[in-house]
Design a protein around this ligand. Sequence first.
Ligand SMILES: [Fe+2]
Length: 386
Amino acid sequence: MNRIQHDSQGETEDGNIAQSHTPDLTENLVYASRSERANADKPPSRSNPLGAVAASRYPGAKSRREMVKGILAQDADLVAGNFGSVYYKPATVGGVDLKLEPLQPSIGTVVHGIDLATDLNNPEMVSFLRELWLERRVIMFRNQGHLSREQMVAFAQHFGEVGSRYGEREHVPNSPHDLSHPIDVPGFPDMLVLTSDEKVPGAASNWHSDATWQQRPPMASVLMCREAPPIGGDTCFCDCYSMWEGLPKETKKRVEHLAAVHVGAVIHQMDGKTPVAKHPVARTHPETGRTTLYVQQGFVRGLAEEHGIPEDEERALLLEMKHQEGRLEYTCRFRWEAGSIAMWDNRAVLHSASADFWPHHRLMERLTILDHDVSRRTPFYAPQPQ
Ligand SMILES: [Fe+2]
């Protein structure tokens, strides 16, 4: 198959990703033990969408090897190209000509024509991007593979304080079950590495906002793609303002002053303790003042006990809110290339990876950003008088 060249550092001859970007997974004990398990030459589990999609693409495979070969053969003729035209808005900021490509009417804009390593030295550009980000919920950039990890951190610092892998430092998971933790990037303890390959498949394919089980969840997340599959593995984003607007009036009235319980997974434990946080169901965005639906079924396990809501009503309310998740009209979908970056507002969007790209490789690096203004970090609901 055609391997994608991801940046000026490129790949080494044997197909490994250039060292400067890649944690050495082969020397990682946890990763190695997972690989060992994976060496059983079985197709990936269908309980993970990666396995289900693979089984639908190549049914009846007796071994993983056969399946990998079959699927890679289907994708072997793919070449990169451009077709058709896209609509964009031209904008000049601080002498830099940008092209702003909206992905969907209410959400997502790709900013073309910028170099994130140099163009943010101009404060005018930083405030332009922040405004655009608040308006569009998530902004994306292409051709930024030349950014070193230092430069990625510097980019994030223009918008807030870089957090730990899961945001605030008061709860930093140390669960032995967190298989991503040991994938350390020397010198960058705050960087979370998300990786998937044919032996160890993985993708966060459920609607969620990052680390909402924290008392003060991270304001934003930045994701850099270092290695992309030639097809699949997109990240989808869902607009939480539309989710709120889309709820029936009576439901809004019923839930607007309720709180929901967000519970972390076992991999988010610290010293054996699972993190739990209570947050308002209707959340006021601290910068735009508008209301979002702040319930995502990824981490929400129920409504706060003190409301005394009977179980069947609770279930019905949660289901109604769940129906707002991922509606096509509220979402945009971003196709990754090596060197693409997305920065999203965790207060205004949910996201989900599309687990459809196995056995291709995907390697992502993530940073979280905390609000500079500490008073805005805790979710709250303060409706504006109509
Ligand atoms: Fe996430």
